[in-house]
Ligand binder design. Structure first.
Ligand SMILES: Nc1ncnc2c1ncn2[C@@H]1O[C@H](COP(=O)(O)OP(=O)(O)OP(=O)(O)O)[C@@H](O)[C@H]1O
Ligand SMILES: [Mg+2]
Length: 628
């Protein structure tokens, strides 16, 4: 992943914003529910004041304040008249009022817990939905990236980004919709309540609040950097194990389990070290926050009490009004600090997740190499020819030219064979026909039109590819064949199996077409798997065929079976076939001999033999007869 994008918290919002926008309606509902439950849960604190003041502790000499606080005024105007009217319950003095207050508190708690329930349900589901959208987009995006990306891909790292990092993004999303919606509202409401209960004391407290948030703001960027490094290491580790598992046969055959284990441990050690750095930064910021939140409250409260005592001693108005209002104040302030702590903690997690968001969006920042231009034309079918015109090509990040001034015209229906030493550029020619890469210079022309001006998808619809390493999905044989054309009828499917020489094999499998094959076709022999891929290509019924050494790995018996299948496949199609065993391509209309990315000889088998050049030598070597 070459490009680095740096996400700030704002940047993260910007990039995740579209995912939130897609779920706009849910988000609105969540904010509403979050606000209601945050306000509601706090409002019970208000009722503490009248409840405690029923104890009539105010007669205590230290609290002899004259002025009513805004809360007392509010309660006196609205709550007290109602409470006084309850005398009719006929209970002992004040008891009915206390019961009424408690019932009111319980009622509020019930209502707002229900709101909270729906808030949590919706908000967590929203995060899950958003993250699923994100993962889906990522999968869509990555499968659309060009072969240039995929041939250099680090599968494990990519998988790690799509799973671990996307899940970490889920965390940030949950927090964004949950804490970041609810906590600030709760803080504001609590502050308002505290101010209404004890205006002066609240002012004293507020000055102190920023100190709680400061450590995280300070250490946050460091956490983010470390988190990204940690996730990178985790990606390395996934990368390593994916590689080992996909090459498990080699690992076992060479008895390298221990070595792989050691390597894995070394990679994981990197993860441990980076994690330690990150955890240290997180612990530091949280501990500092805790210090200010706990120690700080004590200090400020102490100062307030002393000031109050001094003022009262001087026969002036104190800071606190009544015991009840002081209780309400302390409860509200405790909530403020608790939520500030929650928020700062959330920020610490968000900073840590930003590393993951970076990694997720690094993938989206990659440019899909082969993309249709806005003017790309539809393609309906090959009429005349496929032509390479002065094509130069080098693979991305490779200094060497794989094809140099390559010229070739293949007529519709022609069968072209490509031969040559390893590394001559044969597979490259097929890659360019499929437009898995774009040429560096020159052009590939389809019926005279530049391949780059056609819709790539349309062009691919007319191609079928059979590769040297048969690739089968982990599914039934039927599903693997139908991959060529999912809407094919049963009769067409059976015909493809017959033409691919599969019938005998299928008859011997107890589950026949429904047999499940493992990854890359294990449970089938190489030749059987190859014939399944041929059936797949047959079913697709594409007019242009690209066959890359489809028979080279097979023994002679299964080679002749596959060869027969291929002959059936090639009938009437424009075919590019690569083969090392020259016997299999004798019948080609034209044989091209490639060397160092150029055509050095071409002609029919007979004419090339007669010419007595490279091809003739290769042929002699293979059939074992000395040159005449
Ligand atoms: N993905 C790639 N990235 C960089 N270079 C590549 C890539 N694939 C092939 N090459 C280089 O391009 C040149 C041509 O490779 P190509 O695969 O076309 O050879 P080939 O004729 O198919 O060989 P073989 O018979 O061994 O399959 C080689 O020098 C090779 O090293
Ligand atoms: Mg090749």
């Amino acid at each position: 992943m070459a490009k680095k994008s740096k996400a700030s918290i704002l940047g993260a919002y910007r990039r995740l914003g579209p995912y939130l926008a897609r779920r706009r309606r849910n988000a609105f509902l969540i904010v509403l529910l979050g606000a209601i439950s945050a306000v509601g849960a706090r409002s019970t604190i208000i009722l503490v004041q009248p409840l405690i003041d029923r104890l009539e502790l105010d007669s205590a000499p230290t609290l002899g304040v004259v002025d009513d606080s805004p809360l007392t005024t509010l309660l006196n105007e609205h709550l007290e008249p109602w409470l006084n009217s309850l005398g009719a319950w006929g209970l002992a003095d004040g008891v009915s009022e206390v019961i009424a207050l408690v019932m009111l508190m319980v009622l509020l708690a019930i209502v707002f817990s229900i709101t909270q329930y729906w808030f949590l349900r919706f908000s967590r589901m929203l995060a899950v939905l958003m993250v699923t959208d994100l993962r889906q987009d990522m999968a869509d995006f990555v499968t659309k990236l060009g072969m240039g990306f995929h041939s250099e891909r680090r599968l494990g790292d990519l998988v790690s980004r799509m799973t671990v990092d996307v899940s970490a993004s889920l965390r940030i999303l949950s927090l964004m919709v949950e804490e970041i919606v609810q906590a600030p509202i709760a803080v504001l409401v609590s502050l308002t309540i505290a101010w209404m209960a004890e205006p002066v004391a609240t002012l004293g407290m507020v000055i102190f609040l920023p100190l709680v948030a400061w450590p995280v703001a300070k250490i946050g960027p460091r956490i983010r950097r470390r988190a990204r490094a940690t996730q990178d290491k985790l990606g390395d580790s996934t990368q390593r194990i994916t590689q080992v598992l996909s090459g498990i046969r080699v690992v076992k055959a060479f008895r390298m389990e221990q070595r792989e284990s050691d390597e894995f441990r070394a990679v994981n050690q990197g993860f441990v070290e980076e994690s330690e750095h990150m955890i240290r930064a997180q612990a530091q910021s949280l501990a500092t926050t805790n210090f200010f939140a706990n120690g700080g409250v004590g200090i400020v409260l102490g100062v307030l009490v002393i000031v109050h005592l001094v003022l009262v001693g001087m026969h002036k108005n104190g800071i606190f009004t009544t015991v009840g209002s002081m209780m309400t104040f302390i409860m509200a302030i405790a909530t403020v600090f608790a939520y500030t702590k929650t928020m700062t903690r959330a920020m610490a997690v968000i900073y840590a997740s930003l590393g993951s968001i970076d990694r997720v969006f690094q993938v989206f920042d990659l440019e899909a190499e082969v993309t249709d231009s806005a003017t790309a034309k539809p393609f309906a079918g090959l009429q005349q020819s496929i032509r390479f015109e002065h094509v130069d090509f080098s693979y991305p990040d490779s200094p060497e030219q794989a094809l140099r001034d390559f010229n070739l015209e293949v007529q519709r229906g022609e069968r072209i064979a490509l031969v040559g030493l390893s590394g001559a550029g044969k597979s490259t020619v097929l890659d360019l026909v499929a437009r898995f890469y774009d040429v560096s210079h020159g052009a590939v022309l389809i019926d005279g039109q530049d391949l780059r001006s056609l819709k790539h998808g349309d062009w691919l619809d007319h191609l079928a590819v059979v590769q040297q390493q048969p690739f089968l999905f982990q599914a039934s044989i039927r599903e693997n064949i139908l991959y060529g054309r999912p809407q094919a009828s049963e009769a067409e499917l059976l015909e493809a199996c017959r033409a691919a020489n599969l019938n005998e094999t299928l008859a011997r499998l107890p589950e026949g077409l429904e047999t499940q094959v493992g990854d890359s076709g294990s449970r089938l022999s190489g030749g059987q798997a190859q014939r399944v891929t041929i059936a797949r290509a047959l079913l697709k019924d594409a007019e242009v065929l690209l066959l890359d050494e489809a028979t080279s790995a097979l023994d002679s018996a299964s080679e002749s079976q596959v060869q027969e299948a291929l002959e059936n496949l090639m009938v009437g199609r424009t075919t590019f076939v690569i083969a090392h065993r020259l016997g299999t391509i004798r019948g080609a209309d034209r044989i091209l001999v490639l060397e160092d990315g150029q055509v050095i000889e071409q002609g029919t088998h007979e004419s090339l033999i007669q010419m007595g050049g490279s091809y003739a030598k290769m042929w002699a070597l293979q059939v074992g007869t000395p040159l005449q």
